[in-house]
Design a protein around this ligand. Structure first.
Ligand code: ADP
Ligand code: MG
Length: 683
């Protein structure tokens, strides 16, 4: 046989491949999304509107009607009554099948029609001489165009006979958690007996489903544990905390204009201890907006520099990177540290020069955007890579920065920072290979922000309020509406808003910042606002993260209903940074969708970032939280991260045990569940 003939796929195989089904083992784990009950017949008289049922009867009439349009009208009768069948599109063969006097089965949804009960477009089969009623529920599988359920069912039945269904878990473990046997579970799910609880099957609460979900979560826990073990195998430069008053760390602490909060000291110590180890730190620093993560990052960088290594800080937007840059320069340059600035908007010459300082090791700290990870930037001795707002970067970008310091299997330590709390389920699952430090305390002297919801018909009142605030010596932000469909339109709206506000607020110094402004101009506007030379800053969402002006105590967000919860929370975090009472006005335009209503209500009710993240997850689901690029949600086909937290906890416990004692079980389980997916998890 020629090579070509051997590798050629049949049309059926091609369709199966499209669903990711390449082997019998894949097919076995292609589980139904729902079931249809074709095991029994319902007497026609017992049909109720809305009921999905299968009936059997003799055709009593079959004709083509023309009013109100051409359709096939038939009826069948059993001992109990008569049922009308109606087909709006039909083939001559259907008409032939429904010959008067023939016994047929019809499956579909019953509804009350003009002539009593009817089914529209039922599926019909000939009953006399046809197949007997099946004795299990009929599975309905996820499929793709041109792959009928019947073909999938046949392929899966064949796979069940062929595949290795041996249990990967030891009996003792199954007993402890009351788990069904694997083979029995998959067989049952592909062909449940009629007495299996249809509700439990639908809700995925049946013991067979519980076993599958356990297996899936266990596989995920095991692969994360392996990723972690692999990381512990890698080496990193140990960067112990330098003691003594001459160390950079000590001098930075002494120079800060404030005392660290207890939470900052605690997370600082956690990070400091990790840096001293000889394998790469991979720690997530989580702290609400305004909790003071930057100074913690600066102290970690100082510890790396004390050891003769470089540190890098990457932020997702230029504005945010710049805020960091300015702050770090303020803190560290007076102490003799050279800080390099690297972003995409630099002139080629400036970028080359900055890159050269980084490459020679003259710059001990580099701050910037994605430009930091570009090919032509090489670090002399990168010891610590810090990534701010890490969830906005894809996994790939994060790894690229880490790769910058990788020589001979020695990698830099990595610190990720986020203001978005990770819900417990996700922390246990997708982020299980990270260590997490939490800043759960805000710096003292902050007053909580009061949030008001106002319909935009009351815009004039809001403008008057700004006038009062400015007269009282305060500053304010006006956030322009998000226009998702067009950046140009968004810009235009911002300019219009700016001009309208200038007109209605004579004597108020108004500034405008938006994403299209050249960097230097944007920086100048921000600088003027920070210096108090601008009273009201009209801005697009460029101020979303990073801006830090304690005197600004009023924020207006227009068309607040267009923003997501995380974004609103971030924006609101720009006020309430000083001692003055701060107000955030959410202007909305009615009518509001249910979700928009829920979001605005949440913003009104709480300022707690954790609570907001929890509700956000409820409204959007974990996929959104993770961001498509790094979600890997495809890995979770059966378990539901929110509903199955208890199973996840058991799987977590079992994984630790198996990892320690049963390498063969681990290998077999991963082979079944992670075929071809290991690469993703290595990230
Ligand atoms: P975030 O965690 O949102 O990144 P920042 O690091 O920007 O927060 O800090 C917010 C503000 O609080 C900054 O002005 C910062 O200088 C200030 N800050 C940080 N830590 C303290 C502290 N312990 N006491 C007083 N102010 C602090
Ligand atoms: Mg920050």
């Amino acid at each position: 046989m020629s090579h070509d003939a051997a590798t050629e796929l049949s049309p059926l195989q091609r369709k199966l491949h499209k669903l990711g089904l390449r082997s019998s083992e894949d097919l076995v784990l292609h589980l139904p999304i729902r079931y249809e009950d074709e095991t029994r017949l319902t007497p026609i008289a017992r049909l109720l509107p809305g009921m999905w049922a299968q009936v059997e009867g003799v055709v009593t009439r079959c004709e083509i009607g023309y009013r109100p349009r051409r359709q096939l009208l038939a009826a069948i009768a059993d001992d109990s009554g008569e049922l009308a069948l109606r087909f709006l599109n039909f083939y001559p063969s259907q008409q032939k099948q429904l010959a008067v006097g023939r016994r047929i089965r019809a499956r579909g949804e019953a509804r009350g029609g003009f002539f009593g009960m009817e089914m529209v477009h039922p599926r019909t089969t000939v009953a006399d001489g046809g197949p007997p009623l099946p004795d299990s529920l009929t599975p309905v599988y996820p499929t793709t165009d041109g792959l009928p359920q019947a073909a999938l069912r046949k392929a899966i039945a064949a796979a069940l006979a062929q595949a290795d269904l041996r249990d990967t878990l030891p009996a003792s473990l199954r007993e402890r958690y009351g788990l069904m046997e694997f083979g029995a579970a998959v067989r049952l799910l592909h062909a449940p007996p009629p007495d299996a609880s249809a509700d439990a099957l639908r809700d995925r609460a049946h013991p067979a489903w519980l076993r599958i979900k356990f297996d899936e979560l266990l596989a995920q826990q095991l692969s994360l544990a392996q990723a972690r073990a692999a990381r512990l195998d890698k080496r990193a430069p140990p960067l112990p905390a330098a003691d003594g008053p001459r160390s950079l760390t000590a001098r930075l602490l002494a120079a800060l204009p404030f005392r660290l909060t207890a939470a900052q000291r605690r997370v600082g110590a956690e990070i400091g201890a990790d840096l001293a180890r000889s394998h790469p730190m991979q720690r997530l620093l989580q702290g609400d907006v305004g909790s003071g993560k930057t100074v913690v990052a600066a102290l970690a960088a100082a510890q790396a520099i004390d050891n003769g290594y470089q540190a890098a800080l990457m932020a997702p937007t230029e504005i945010l990177a710049e805020q960091h840059f300015r702050k770090l320069v303020d803190w560290l340059e007076p102490l003799g540290v050279e800080v390099a600035w690297l972003t995409g908007s630099l002139s080629p010459k400036a970028r080359r020069e900055a890159a050269a300082r980084v490459e020679s090791g003259a710059a001990q700290l580099a701050v910037g955007t994605q430009a930091l990870i570009q090919q032509n930037v090489a670090f002399a001795r990168l010891g610590l890579a810090i990534v701010d707002e890490q969830h906005r970067f894809g996994v790939g970008q994060r790894l690229a920065l880490r790769g910058k310091g990788g020589h001979d299997d020695v990698f830099p330590h990595q610190l990720m920072m986020t203001a978005t709390p990770i819900p417990r389920t996700l922390a246990m699952t997708f982020f299980a290979d990270l260590d997490v430090s939490v800043i759960d305390e805000l710096p003292p002297g902050r007053t909580p922000v009061v949030t008001k919801l106002l319909s935009d018909t009351r815009r004039d009142e809001v403008v008057a309020r700004i006038h009062d605030a400015v007269r009282g010596g305060r500053q304010a932000y006006w956030v322009c509406p998000l226009v998702e469909e067009s950046e140009t339109l968004e810009l235009q709206t911002a300019v219009d808003t700016y001009e309208a506000l200038c007109r209605s607020l004579p004597g108020v110094r108004v500034g405008l910042a938006h994403g299209r402004l050249p960097t230097a101009e944007k920086a100048a506007v921000m600088q003027a606002f920070t210096a108090g030379e601008i009273d009201l800053l009209v801005a697009t969402t460029v101020i979303e993260v990073g801006v830090d002006v304690p005197n600004a105590s009023l924020m207006v967000i227009e068309h607040a209903e267009r923003f997501g919860l995380a974004q609103l929370h971030q924006l609101r975090g720009r006020v309430g940074r000083g001692a003055a009472e701060s107000v955030c006005v959410l202007l909305y335009q009615a009518p509001l969708s249910q979700v928009a209503k829920a979001r605005l209500r949440t913003m009104h009710q709480t300022t707690d970032g954790f609570e907001i993240a929890r509700r956000d997850l409820e409204l959007r689901g974990p996929g959104e939280f993770l961001g498509v690029r790094q979600s890997g949600l495809a890995l979770m086909r059966f378990a539901d991260l929110d509903a199955d937290i208890e199973i996840a906890e058991r799987a977590h416990e079992a994984a630790a045990e198996l990892q320690a004692r049963e390498p063969a079980v681990v290998a077999a389980h991963l082979a079944r569940w992670m075929r071809g997916r290991e690469d993703f998890l290595k990230t």
